[in-house]
Design a protein around this ligand. Structure first.
Ligand code: MEV
Length: 341
């Protein structure tokens, strides 16, 4: 098969991160920022990865042979991309019953976002490389991608669990299936939440300390020390998520904002909101935001704010940028992983 090129969207969690790891529902959506992944089979049995990240990062070319990384990886970020990509290839080959020896691949990953800011870049790599590997090995038919989305999501979820030690299906199901989704992790299943209007949101990120795995461990420690309180937090967030789904469908921005603030408070209680986000949330609310919350794994990283109008939305962007945040989107999107023809 010739070169296969994919666009994989990043994602934002609107409600229920972390608690989703313990089985409560969550709401997440893809956003209109894409990682481009292109790949073909190689003549040898090496995996060659070329990783380009935005303008701030050097290009890394890495060669992997049976889990052994041969090239120099200059950046911590590139190293993280490699872990997800190689695990995805190994897992797909196992799924396809390719056991005799690894096959060779030449893959380029072009990401406008650094990995690990809470916008689902690791899940995007897992979903993208899973789709690529299954396509290059003739399992996925390119004109029938819709039929494979659940399977891709499930396999990519296993990649996340293997690399991180613990992960919910939220990120990979959202990125594989696309759009705004209500996720029930215990099944797992995800339902589209179809909006007939555009949410006046801003999505951005600040510097993040710690990996997703470390932040998940931090939350687990709270659970170990305060089991009863932790169950109450799970119960509260569950309620928040269900009410948020209704508020989203009813275009009830006031309620939605309040629910975002409550969820942010719960994340603060779980210990994953850093000082910068606490300050950002406070200042953006004073400036007119209806709701502001940390999004994703936390420790800084991604956040989402809801404005009552387009004018306030622009004002919030200027303030957040002045406070050192990078704004990446003012909207959600509908697509999941897709081929570029
Ligand atoms: C990471 O994007 C979101 C977390 O809830 C972890 C997960 O759901 O796997 C922190």
């Amino acid at each position: 098969m010739d070169l296969v090129t994919l666009k994989v969207p990043a994602k934002i969690t609107l409600f229920g991160e972390h608690t989703v790891v313990y089985g409560t529902p969550a709401i997440a959506s893809t956003i209109p920022i894409h990682i481009t992944i292109a790949g073909r089979m190689a003549d040898d049995d090496f995996i060659k990865l070329e990783i380009k990240q935005g303008l701030q990062f050097k290009i890394n070319t890495i060669t992997v042979y049976k889990d052994e990384i041969k090239g120099e990886i200059d950046q911590e970020n590139a190293k993280r991309f490699t872990g997800y990509a190689v695990t995805a290839i190994n897992l797909c080959e196992k799924f396809l019953g390719i056991s005799e020896k690894s096959r060779g691949y030449i893959i380029t990953i072009d990401s406008p976002l650094p990995v690990g800011v809470g916008l689902g870049t690791s899940a995007a790599i897992s979903v993208g490389i899973t789709t690529l590997c299954l396509t290059l090995n003739n399992y996925i038919k390119m004109d029938e991608l819709e039929n494979y989305r659940q399977e891709i999501a499930k396999l990519a979820w296993s990649v996340e669990k293997l690399v991180q030690g613990s992960a919910s299906p939220m990120d990979t199901y959202t990125i594989s299936l696309g759009g705004l989704r209500y996720i029930i992790p215990s099944i797992p299943i995800s339902y589209p939440v179809d909006l007939s209007y555009e949410l006046p949101i801003i999505i951005g990120y600040t510097h993040r300390e710690g990996t997703t795995a470390e932040l998940i461990r931090r939350v687990r420690r709270v659970r170990e020390l305060h089991e009863e309180i932790f169950s109450e937090i799970l119960r509260t967030v569950s309620l928040v998520v269900d009410k948020a789904r209704k508020a989203l469908l009813d275009n009830d921005l006031e309620t939605l904002g309040t629910l975002m603030n409550i969820n942010h408070g719960m994340l603060q209680a779980l210990g994953i909101v850093d000082m910068k986000h606490a300050m950002l949330a406070h200042i953006l609310k004073v400036a007119g935001a209806l709701g502001v919350k940390t999004s994703g794994a936390g420790g800084g990283g991604a956040f989402i704010a809801l404005a009552p109008s387009k004018t306030i939305q622009e004002k919030l962007i200027s303030i957040a940028e002045a406070l050192g945040a990078t704004i990446v989107s003012k909207s959600l999107c509908k697509d999941g992983v897709r081929f570029v023809h």
